[in-house]
Structure formats: C-alpha cells, structure tokens
Design a protein around this ligand. Structure first.
Ligand code: B12
Length: 212
C-alpha cells in the first residue's frame, strides 16, 4: 500500500489526472482506506508542491495542474470519506475569504461537514464579509466557517467577524476558522469561537457548537 500511496503522491505532483484516478481506484479496490489515502498520499503531495512553489522549482501553472489533479483524486474518494451519519446537525455557511482563491481545503471541510449531517451552504472563494453575513441570515445558519490560505487574506476573517458583530449576528452565529497559516491563537485574537486544524477537527468543533 505504501508503494501505491507514493505513486499517487508523485502523480499529483506531476499533474497526471487520468492515471491518478486509476491509481486511486486501484488503491481502494485493493483494500485501501479512503482517509488513509487522503492523509498519506494526496495531502503530502500538496505539501511538496507548496515547498517547491516556495523555492521556485514549480510555477503557478504547474501548481494549478497539481491542484486540479488533487481534486480529481478527491472526487474519487468523496463517497467513501463522506459516509457519516445523516442527521440534521444544523446549517453551516462556508467560504474562502475575500482575495483568496484557495479552495481545496475548504472543499474538504465542506465534504466532511455534510457527511456528518450538516447542511453546508458553500459560497465558494473570494467571499466578502457582506456575503458571509447575507448568507448566514438567509439560511438561518448556526455556524459560519471561513478558510484563508494566505497571510495577506487572514485579516479578512477579522473583518468578517466585525461585520457579523455589527449586523447583530454574533449571539446566534458561531464562527469557525481554519487554513494553513491560521492558528488557534490567531482565532482567539480575532474573536472567532473556534479553530479547526483539519477537516476532521472542523467537524468535531462544529458538532461541539451544535451541541450548544
Ligand atoms: C494549490 C495552491 C495554490 C493553487 C490553488 C488552487 C485551488 N483550487 O485551491 C493556486 C495555483 C491557484 C495558488 C495561487 C496562489 N498561491 Co498558493 N498554494 C497552493 C498550495 C501548494 C496547496 C494548498 C492546498 O490546497 N493544500 C491542501 C489542503 C487540503 O490543505 P489546506 O488548504 O491547508 O486545508 C486544510 C486545513 O488548513 C484545514 N482548513 C482549511 N480551510 C478551513 C476552514 C475551516 C473553517 C476549518 C475549520 C479548517 C480549514 O482543513 C483542510 C483539510 O485538512 C499551498 C501550499 C501549502 N502547503 O499550503 C500554496 C500557498 C498557500 N500559496 C501561496 C501563494 C503565495 C500563492 C499566490 C500568492 C502565488 C502567486 N504569486 O500568485 C497565489 C494567490 C492566489 C489567491 N489570490 O488566492 C503560499 C502562501 C504564503 C503565505 N504565507 O501567504 C503557499 C503557502 C505556498 C508557499 N509555500 O509559498 N496556490
């Protein structure tokens, strides 16, 4: 299994979507666990891509191709990852903050939340504070989940929280934040109710909020 996982990692980095899908199917068919394939093959690929991006070994078009390939792999895994209980745990509004186009992590969080019984309103990327607020009201959401992958867009989380406070929504809406540069300390600093390290942690925190 370690060999297949390594091959999957390399295919994401190389951006070979067609072969990647075949390999992920093969990994599942030979008894591989979807969460393990995600943790040990797909996510490490994105870490390597990130390092190569930083050192200038990979350029944006190649990173984009790797990201698309990662998504193709995730699509194959989705039905196996999101097979949690189907209760109605509440409504979450989810989005990547304004100015930020990264959505792989956000999509994973959305997938796991909806697999755990939450109704997920995914606003996509580049979501303004006003749009988060509007969607929270329109959908009577109990939780607003924000993702940011850039240090330059993290302050948009605070702006959104301020907007929700001004709109009088802070009593009824819990705020959960996450994304690679975000920390629990930062979440506390900006007045969020919680921080999720990864998609599984996001579900745990959301369930705590829903339980009251
Ligand atoms: C893929 C990628 C891209 C793709 C995005 C494609 C897409 N559809 O998402 C493209 C090519 C578009 C891109 C562009 C850019 N990128 Co980029 N990108 C990445 C990369 C390699 C991977 C991100 C990723 O998908 N990781 C995998 C997912 C699963 O992990 P994740 O997002 O962290 O999510 C997990 C947790 O954080 C958490 N989580 C995430 N969101 C949420 C939300 C909630 C509520 C909760 C609870 C939890 C949670 O759960 C997730 C699942 O476990 C990272 C490097 C890295 N290692 O992060 C750089 C990186 C984030 N990018 C970076 C940069 C600089 C850029 C650009 C500015 C480059 C440029 N010069 O143009 C642009 C910015 C574009 C923009 N305005 O957003 C830097 C950021 C540096 C910084 N300190 O700010 C990084 C760190 C690369 C680097 N090492 O330099 N990028």
């Amino acid at each position: 299994m370690a060999e297949i996982n390594e091959k999957i990692t390399q295919l994401v980095i190389a951006g070979d979507g067609a072969l990647l899908e075949t390999m992920v199917h093969m990994a599942l068919d030979t008894g591989g666990n979807a969460a393990t394939i995600l943790d040990q093959a797909l996510l490490p690929a994105m870490d390597i891509v990130g390092q190569r991006m930083k050192t200038g070994e990979m350029f944006i078009p190649e990173v984009l191709l790797a990201a698309k390939t990662m998504e193709a792999g995730l699509k194959v895994l989705t039905p196996f990852l999101a097979e949690g209980e189907k209760s109605n745990a509440g409504t979450c509004v989810l989005g990547t903050v304004e100015g930020d186009l990264h959505d792989i992590g956000k999509n994973l969080v959305g997938m796991m939340l909806s697999g755990s019984g939450f109704k997920v309103i995914d606003l996509g990327i580049n979501v303004t504070a006003a749009d988060f607020g509007k969607a929270a009201v329109e959908n009577n959401a109990g939780i607003v989940c924000m993702s940011a992958l850039l240090t330059t867009t993290m302050p948009k989380m605070k702006q959104t929280i301020d907007h929700l406070t001004e709109a009088g929504l802070r009593e009824t809406v819990k705020i959960l934040v996450g994304g690679a540069p975000v920390t629990a300390e930062y979440a506390r600093e900006i007045g969020a109710d919680g921080y999720g390290f990864n998609a599984a942690d996001a579900v745990e925190k959301a369930k705590e909020f829903a339980a009251g």
